[in-house]
Unconditional design. Structure first.
Length: 110
C-alpha cells in the first residue's frame, strides 16, 4: 500500500510540476529577451503573493518528487530498506523543502 501511495504522490507531483516548469521557462525567456537585470526581476517579485504561491507550490512538488525518486534509486543501488530508507527519504524531502523555501522567501518577501 505504501508503494502505491508513493507511486501516486510522485505522479501527482509530476503533474503539478509540468505547468510550473513551463511557466518558469516562459518567464525566464521573457526576462532574458527583455534584457531585464537581476535588480529589475527582484523588483517585480518582491512582495508578490502570486510569485510566492507559484514558486512555493513548485518547491513542495519538487521536494516530494525528488525525494521519492531518490528513494527508489537508493533502494535499488544500495539495498537500503525499512526505517532507514524512510528516514533518508523524509530527510531528503525536508532538506529540499527548506532550501527551496528559503530561496522563495528571499525572492518574494520584502
Amino acid at each position: 500500500m505504501l508503494d502505491l501511495r508513493l507511486y501516486m504522490a510522485q505522479r501527482i507531483s509530476a503533474m503539478v510540476m509540468i505547468p510550473l516548469v513551463l511557466g518558469h521557462i516562459a518567464v525566464m525567456i521573457y526576462a532574458i529577451q527583455g534584457g531585464l537585470s537581476s535588480a529589475e526581476i527582484l523588483s517585480r517579485t518582491q512582495g508578490s503573493a502570486f510569485w510566492f504561491l507559484f514558486y512555493g507550490v513548485f518547491v513542495v512538488a519538487v521536494s516530494v518528487h525528488a525525494a521519492i525518486g531518490l528513494r527508489v534509486i537508493v533502494h535499488e543501488w544500495l539495498g537500503l530498506r525499512g526505517i532507514a530508507l524512510s528516514l533518508l527519504t523524509w530527510t531528503i524531502c525536508l532538506v529540499l523543502f527548506v532550501m527551496g523555501a528559503r530561496a522563495v522567501m528571499a525572492v518574494t518577501l520584502l
